[in-house]
Write a protein of this length. Structure first.
Length: 147
């Protein structure tokens, strides 16, 4: 009687099953990572809007602030003395094109009108997987006066 050697290793069917399972897990995970990245961009932008608004209020409280110089005076209250970059997903929504290397931070607009600070671009949110303006609490339309 012949003795068969027992071969070590995996069969082709086992390998195909493992590859199929891995492909399914990857197909499920990639969209979730995209959503998380978009959510993080929107959250960071909204935080920046609130920070810029606070800096503009502090600048206006120092006096001698007009609409011509409030943007420059606000820079003095921001970390590093510069406006933060606008995330590309929001920049494209607001300005209709992708940002170039240096113009993202130049697109921030700060205005004061009778004690009211208005920042553009304002707040955004994610609705049905898309970035949209948050009109429920948009500081562009906010009428909060500084003290």
């Amino acid at each position: 009687m012949k003795k068969f050697k027992k071969l070590k290793g995996f069969t082709l069917v086992e390998l195909i099953i493992v590859i199929a399972i891995a492909a399914i897990l990857i197909a499920v995970a990639i969209p979730q990572f995209s959503k998380a990245k978009l959510s993080a961009e929107v959250s960071a932008h909204n935080s920046n809007v609130q920070t810029i608004k606070s800096a503009a209020i502090m600048a206006s409280m120092d006096g001698n602030v007009t609409n011509d110089n409030i943007r420059e005076k606000t820079k003095g209250y921001l970390e590093g003395g510069e406006f933060p970059k606008i995330p590309s997903s929001i920049y494209e929504k607001e300005f209709g094109r992708k940002p170039t290397v240096d113009d993202s931070e130049e697109k921030w607009n700060v205005k004061e009108n009778e004690g009211e600070i208005k920042i553009t671009p304002g707040l955004y949110k994610i609705e049905n997987g898309k970035v949209v303006k948050d009109t429920t609490k948009n500081p562009v339309e906010d009428t909060t006066s500084n003290p």
